[in-house]
Structures are given as C-alpha cells and as structure tokens.
Design a protein around this ligand. Structure first.
Ligand code: B3K
Ligand code: ZN
Length: 883
C-alpha cells in the first residue's frame, strides 16, 4: 500500500503541450556525486495548444535545483515552486523567452539505471520513457520535439570519450584541466531520444556508403579489451542499413552512427538518435564466448534499433499510448530482416513460439491490455509482449492483406506524410489504408480490444457435389475492463491438401477459374462460410498457414489428419504446428495419466516422424530441429490452463522424451555424427542450424535410459571449440545428477570467471536446472562474487530466469520459490523498480495453478502489494495481478 495511490494517466485526456521548445542547449559537467546541468531552453507558448495563459510546468525528478532564470533574470523563490516531480514557474513572458535552469544530480547513486547513471566507471543515460526528467527540468513527453546542442565536460583520464547525439562540432580543453566536446543534433527529437555516454572506451570503426552516395562513419564503442568482439555487430549493422534502403527505401541521415556497449542496462538496447546504447550482451561476440542464439539476437537487435531511426525517431509517437506505433512496426521490420537473412519458416516458428509463450498468457491474464493501452500508472510497465509482439502481428496482418507491393506504397505514404512529426496509430492506419488501398475500419479494433480471439473452424466434404465447405466463427473472451468484444477482421490463409499430399488449386463459389493454392480468407463476421468447388477428393484443410493472425485456432482435426499434415503440408509453419498439436495432445493425455494412473500411448507417430526426418537424404537441419522438439513445460501449462500441476507436466514430458529417444536412438546417434560441423566457425543459419539439430539430438539422447547421453555430453563439453556446443552440453548435464555435472560446471567457471557475459550463462543454466535443490543453489549463488543485485543482467540470469523459466521449482509445492522471488522483488523495488516489476510478472498466471499453490501465490502478491512505499512500477503490477 502507498500513502497515496498513484493516479492513472489516460489516453482520452491527451492535450498538446502548452509550451513549445524551439531549441535546447545543455551544458553538462560530469561528476559522480554532483553532475551539474545548465539547461537553456528557447521557448514560447505552443500555438497548437488551447491554453493561452497559465504557468509553465516542467517535469523533473531527483534533481537539486540551484538556479532559475528567464531571459537572463534570476528568479526569486516566490516566482516558482518545486515538488518531487515538477518545477512550476508561475508567470512567463508573452512571446518568446529563454528559460535557464541549473541543477545537479548524482549519477553514482543512481541504481535505477534511468536518467544519468555511472556504472563500472562509465557514465550512461537511459531516457525512454521518462528518464530525461532526472537529468534536467524539461517537457519530458514525446510530442515536445526540439533540436539539441549538448556540451559535455569531463575528466580527461577517466572520460576521454564524451559522446552525445548528432555530429561533434567542437572540442577542447578547459581552464581547470578537464576537456569538453560539443554535439549538435540537427533533427528535432523528443527528450527520450537524448543520450550521453562518457568513459574510457575503445572503439572499432567502419564506414557505410548510403544509396545516395553519402559516406557514414560507423563506430562501436566498448570497454577496452573487447575490440575483438565487435566484428559481427558491425557486419550486421551494415547489412541492416543496406536492407532498409532496399526493402523500405530508408536511408541513414547523419554523418556518423555510433553504438555503445555497456554492461549495466535495464533492457536490450536503446535507439537514441545517432547514438544507440546497447546491453553489451547484444554486441560482444566471439565464437568461444557467444552462442548461435547470441549471434542471432545481436543481428536482430542491431537491426531493430537501427530501423527505429525511421520508425521511432524521424516519425516518433505523439504520446506513450502510441508506443506500438514505433515498437510493433519496428519489430515487424526486424522480423522481416531476419527472415531475409536466415530461414523465413524457422524465424516465423520462433516468433510464434515467443508470442504464444509471452503474449498469449499476458492477453489472457490479469495484465491484459490492448496493443494501444488506454491507461497506465507507470509507462515502463507497458513495454510488453502485447505492445511489441502483438503490435508486430498487426503490422504483419496489414502486410498479408495488402501484399508486399501495396504495403510498401502504404509505408512510403506514411513516411511522406509524417516525417518529422509525433504521430498516432490513426495516422499510421490512414496512411496504410490510403497508400495500400485497404479498408482498415474494422481492422482498427485490433488496437483497442485486448484478448486473443479464438477461431473455430470446421469443414465438410461433399463427395457427390465435389465441394468443400469451410465454416469459421470467432469469439473473444472478456478481459479486464472489456466484457464485450466486437468481431475482428481476421485474415486466415487456407490451403486444402489432397490425399496425394499435394495442395489443390482453390476455386471459391462464384469463381470460374481455379485460383492460388493458398488463399487468404477474411473472417469479419462472428461466423462465415466459404465453399470451394471442383474439389476432386476429400482434402485435409491446412488453416492459418504461416500464422496469418494472432488467434487461437481450433479446427478439431483428427489425430491422423495431424500426422498427415506434419508429413505433407507445403506450408512449413503448419507442418511444425501439426507436429506440435499432435505432441501436445499426447502430452496432455499423459499428464492426465500421471494423475489417474491410466497409462497413455507412447506417441509412435511422433517418434516415426523424428526417425524419418533424421534419416532422410536431404534435410533442412534448422527446421528439423524445430519440428522434433516437444512443446515446453510452460506451453503445456498454458494449454492445460487450469488446476495446473507442474510436477505432473514435468514427469509426463520427461517420459515422452525418454520414449521417443528409445524408439529413435540409432537415428539420433547417426544424426548427431552427421550434423557435426567442421572447419572454421560461422554463425550463419546453415552452420547454426546443423549445431541446433545436433544439440537437440544430444538432448534426446540424454533422456534415453543408460549413461550414453551423459558420456556424449561430457565429451562434447570437453572438446567443444565454440560456446554453442559448450553451453548445449553443459545445460544437458545441468539436469542430470551425475559427477560429470559438477566437473563441467566447475570447469566452465574456472575458464570463464573473468568474463561477465559467460558468467551470466553459468548462472542461468544453474537457475534453470530441474534437479532437486535448485532453489538452495540459486540462493547460494546470490553470494557468488560475480553476482550483484545492482546489475540487471546478473539479476535476470540467476533470479528472473528461475522465476520465469524454471516452472518446476518456482512453483515448488511448499511455496519456497514464491517466497524467494517475492523477497527479491521487494529488494529490487528499492534498487531498480523496472527490473523488479518485470520479475513480478512471473506471478501473473497464479489463478491457473491448483488451489494450494494459488493460495501461496496470492499470499506473496498480497504481501508485496501491502508493502509501504512501493514504486509505481511494482505497485501497478502487484495490484493489477491481484485484481
Ligand atoms: N525503445 C527501447 C525500450 C525502452 C524501454 C523503456 N523502459 C528499446 C527498443 O524497443 O528498441
Ligand atoms: Zn524498439
């Protein structure tokens, strides 16, 4: 409980800012305890505002105010007032005026890592969403855009590198032996895109020539000694710059583009104009230190932040309710980039996995909110899977409906109309509708209705008439604050697979010629029917190909239809989907059997598929690695949905793994050998795919009875020459109680104890172990010298991972997992509320657990919600989760 409950901010209350800032000049003198910021703002009343009189209210937090001046005149304390959140100047001149403030802040005390902070000797800022107000008094809102000039002064030894946005214009020494650099960013921007970095950093440099022939300097700044880990990030950056030119016609606009890698960062990365700041885990990579998954993430995040330069920076958001305007769209763009760089089907599978693992539960739980939320207490809680991932799905649906060419026309129009503006979702949809010639009126509901629509499909074949009738209906469950939903516009890609395993050409009623083999049907009503003609034999329908809409589909396909599709569907996504559905069906029955003692079947068809795929002459390893993997314990918990018993799920999945491994052992061993990669390490899809499949085989082999799997994993761990294989072997061993386990963990520790990123892997593997005693081990590891609650990567590796990715132990029957996490959330609430609030997300599915656990979870949630002095971040998540 808080003494005063924080008030929600609402979309419907939006009004333009009362004042405009024409120019901002910041003079920043760095000091760990007392950084001095002299801000000079050229201001006037905003002509777009209805407010023509009244005070000037600026945002500011944790600042010490030393001076306020208007047009050079020092204001006495009676002319303004200050509280913990604002500086209010009672009266300002009629026309243009200059406002100067002098404030100080204490970067060394800043553990929240928002605003200006000092960590490991590096000064760094994070201003999105509302961090700039911890640097200076300002109109800290995205629709207040201005040109910034920033002068940074610092110690020459400790901070030889002084960076900010835009282009460097001046530098030199100061009289007191320090030095300064002045930066000028010609592109008007909101304060959330401001950045400053200072420290003793090394850099690597390259260049890129844009499509119009301009040369851009590219620099990646890292801690000294890490220069040899930047090559992949630099390559990825150049590929992203080129791709955005080719695919979207977007060119980079400044003379220099900089990226800084820091080790203390609240999230993945930040798209500050011309000066992206990255969590170093998404920059630094060498074959022996980074896994294939790390390489893939680096490529994707580099691209994502770079793409923000147009979708986010050049066109920014009017207010934070429009967050999906930049995030959903930019995720869609980075997904497309990865699909073009790697395997499109595998990328789609992994994106849908992510969506189902994080977004679906969010949309079906107490924290459900629309892609464009209508209210929030703390905006940082809304950087969610819904805004990002579902937001991307909405862009993907528009792309599906328009086709690539018309979609591009729509995007071109969006850039043309809104470049330099702070825009809204409506602006985006209007531009897309006009440019792509689409009617998006009904589609718009996706942005305001929360919840995952369920689509029910059923088909009937009429052999006499040779018709196939497909009926689809939609419904969306109530979500918090939204009891009733209007029907959505849902594009459903459909194919009909004939008995020969081939797609039929589809002719709808009323058409005289056969059309394409995959057709997009638009379900816009609560229920609709389509009839296909000239269907020569009874088909198996392949519905929602490529997952064209973020819905839950039930098609009630028979087991034999699923087996047929997982072997024959020409749509790779649906082949994978059929295999997942088949395996899920088996596992759910097995979980039931665990409880009732009635033995379930062994999953022969799945094992047969594994066997056939592994022994086929030509295989796509990356795809096979995906399709033979069983659904995760979390997925099963979600599908079961109520009275979830994590022990039964774990036991059932382990039994099925062992059974498949036993049935396919020879094929697994053969593939394990066949997939070995020789020659120098390459992180591309081809090599990474082979390693992925090989390591999935290793996982299965370790589940088979006997010690062969252990020996194989221990051997792989010892001989691996890259982090991917080393980590894969280590995580297999981490789940088996054997002497090789400890040996491998110790050896890894010995080799990598000086490397903070590798140590994160070591922490997280232990946090995710299924062995008994894991919680005690995690508690013990919080005392490890490399662990600190002040570094978010460490916290996420050891603690958040335990809460979010170790379902078995987080949900331990005695409630010890819940207690531990609740304690850590409260501890973080004081240090870093953003990271604490994220961790608390692990409690969101408390209502789905069986009654005893449900009570225990509720008790911890109540304990948190009842704590005096909570941050807005944790308060909002705790109270909404309980509601
Ligand atoms: N825009 C940032 C996220 C900021 C999160 C603030 N709590 C990174 C990104 O999405 O690219
Ligand atoms: Zn983003």
């Amino acid at each position: 409980m808080r003494t005063e409950d924080p008030r929600p901010i609402r979309l419907k209350d939006y009004t333009p800012p009362a004042f405009a800032i024409d120019e901002a000049m910041l003079d920043i003198e760095l000091d760990p305890a007392r950084t001095r910021v002299h801000s000079t703002l050229k201001m006037r009343r905003n002509p777009a505002s209805k407010e023509t009189a009244g005070p000037l209210v600026l945002d500011g937090e944790k600042l010490k105010l030393l001076e306020v001046r208007i047009d050079g005149e020092l204001l006495g304390p009676n002319r303004y007032s200050v509280d913990g959140e604002h500086l209010t100047i009672h009266e300002v001149p009629e026309g243009k005026f200059t406002l100067e403030t002098v404030t100080t802040c204490a970067p060394e005390e800043n553990t929240a890592l928002t605003g200006l902070y000092l960590s490991d000797g590096i000064y760094c800022t994070q201003c999105e969403a509302e961090g700039f107000r911890r640097i200076a008094y300002y109109l800290d809102r995205p629709d207040a855009m201005t040109v910034f000039r920033t002068r940074i002064t610092g110690d020459r030894k400790k901070t030889p590198v002084l960076l900010s946005n835009g282009n460097p214009v001046k530098s030199g020494k100061t009289k007191d032996g320090r030095h300064f650099v002045e930066w000028h960013d010609p592109f008007p921007k909101p304060a959330y895109l401001f950045a400053l970095v200072a420290g003793d950093l090394a850099h690597v440099e390259d260049k890129f020539v844009t499509m119009s022939g301009r040369e851009v300097t590219l620099r990646i700044f890292v801690e000294k000694g890490n220069e040899d880990r930047c090559a992949y990030a630099m390559e990825a950056l150049k590929r992203a710059m080129k791709w955005d030119e080719e695919r979207f016609g977007r060119e980079y606009d400044l003379d220099i583009f900089m990226i800084v890698a820091v080790s203390a960062f609240n999230m993945g990365a930040m798209e500050n104009k011309g000066l992206n700041v990255f969590n170093d885990k998404y920059i630094l990579a060498r074959p022996d230190t980074a896994t294939d998954a790390d390489y893939a993430a680096i490529e994707a995040i580099i691209a994502h932040e770079y793409f923000h330069n147009w979708t986010g920076n050049r066109i920014t958001c009017r207010d934070w309710f429009q967050l999906c305007l930049k995030e959903g769209l930019t995720v869609f763009r980075d997904q497309e980039f990865t699909s073009d760089m790697r395997s499109r089907p595998v990328k789609r599978i992994s994106d849908v996995r992510l969506l189902r693992a994080h977004q679906f539960p969010e949309d079906g739980g107490p924290l459900a909110h629309p892609v464009r939320p209508e209210s929030y207490i703390e905006i940082n809680n809304f950087y969610t899977a819904t805004v990002y991932e579902k937001g991307a799905e909405l862009c993907r649906m528009i792309h599906t409906m328009a086709g690539p060419k018309r979609f591009r026309k729509g995007m071109d129009l969006y850039f043309e109309r809104h470049d330099g503006e702070a825009a809204t979702v409506e602006n985006f949809l209007d531009a897309l509708a006009d440019g792509a010639k689409l009617d998006l009126t009904q589609f718009k509901r996706w942005y305001r209705q929360s919840g995952t629509p369920e689509v029910l499909a059923s088909g009937r074949y009429d052999a006499a008439r040779k018709t196939y009738t497909l009926k689809m209906s939609q419904v969306c469950q109530a979500t918090p604050g939204q009891p009733h939903k209007e029907p959505y516009h849902i594009p459903v890609a459909v194919g009909l697979v004939g008995p020969d395993g081939k797609d039929m050409a589809l002719t709808l009623d009323g058409e005289d010629k056969p059309g394409a083999k995959t057709r997009v049907l638009n379900l816009t009503e609560r229920e609709a029917t389509w009839r296909f003609r000239n269907v020569e034999a009874k088909p198996v329908p392949s519905l929602l190909r490529g997952f064209t809409a973020p819905v839950k589909l039930s098609a009630n396909l028979k087991e034999r239809d699923l087996v047929f599709l997982m072997r024959h569907d020409s749509d790779s996504f649906n082949r994978w989907e059929a295999a997942q559905r088949y395996a899920t069906g088996l596992l759910v029955a097995m979980v039931e059997a665990e409880k009732t003692g009635v033995p379930a079947r062994k999953g022969g068809a799945f094992a047969e598929m594994v066997n056939d795929l592994l022994t086929a002459k030509k295989i796509d390893p990356d795809f096979v690695a995906q399709i033979i993997l069983l659904p995760s314990e979390q997925t099963l918990a979600q599908i079961i949905g109520q009275e979830v018993d994590v022990d039964a799920i774990h036991a059932a999945r382990e039994r099925l793994r062992a059974s498949i491994a036993t049935q396919t052992k020879d094929a697994l061993l053969a593939a394990y050998t066949r997939m070995e990669v020789t020659g120098p390490y390459r992180p591309d899809a081809d090599h990474a795919g082979r390693r992925a499949l090989r390591n999935v085989c290793l996982g299965y082999l370790s589940a088979a009875p006997g010690d062969e799997g252990i020996a194989l994993a221990a051997g792989q761990f010892r001989t691996a020459d890259n982090m991917t294989d080393s980590i894969a072997a280590l995580s297999v061993l981490s789940n088996i109680d054997c002497p090789e386990r400890r040996e491998a963990l110790d050896a890894f520790h010995e080799r990598w104890k000086g490397d903070h990123l590798a140590m994160d892997k070591w922490f997280s593997i232990q946090a995710m172990s299924s062995l008994p005693g894991t919680l005690d081990e995690v508690k013990r590891l919080t005392g490890h010298p490399a662990f600190t609650m002040k570094n978010p990567n460490k916290v996420r590796a050891l603690i958040t991972n335990f809460a979010a990715a170790n379902q078995l132990h987080f949900h331990a029957k005695d409630g010890a997992g819940y207690r531990f996490i609740a304690d850590k959330v409260l501890e973080l609430d004081k240090l870093n509320p953003q990271v604490g609030a994220r961790m608390l997300g692990a409690f969101k599915s408390w209502r789905q657990t069986e009654p005893k656990r449900r009570k225990l979870m509720q008790k911890e949630l109540k304990r948190i919600a009842g704590t005096e002095g909570l941050s807005r971040d944790v308060y909002e998540i705790a109270t909404k989760t309980l509601a």
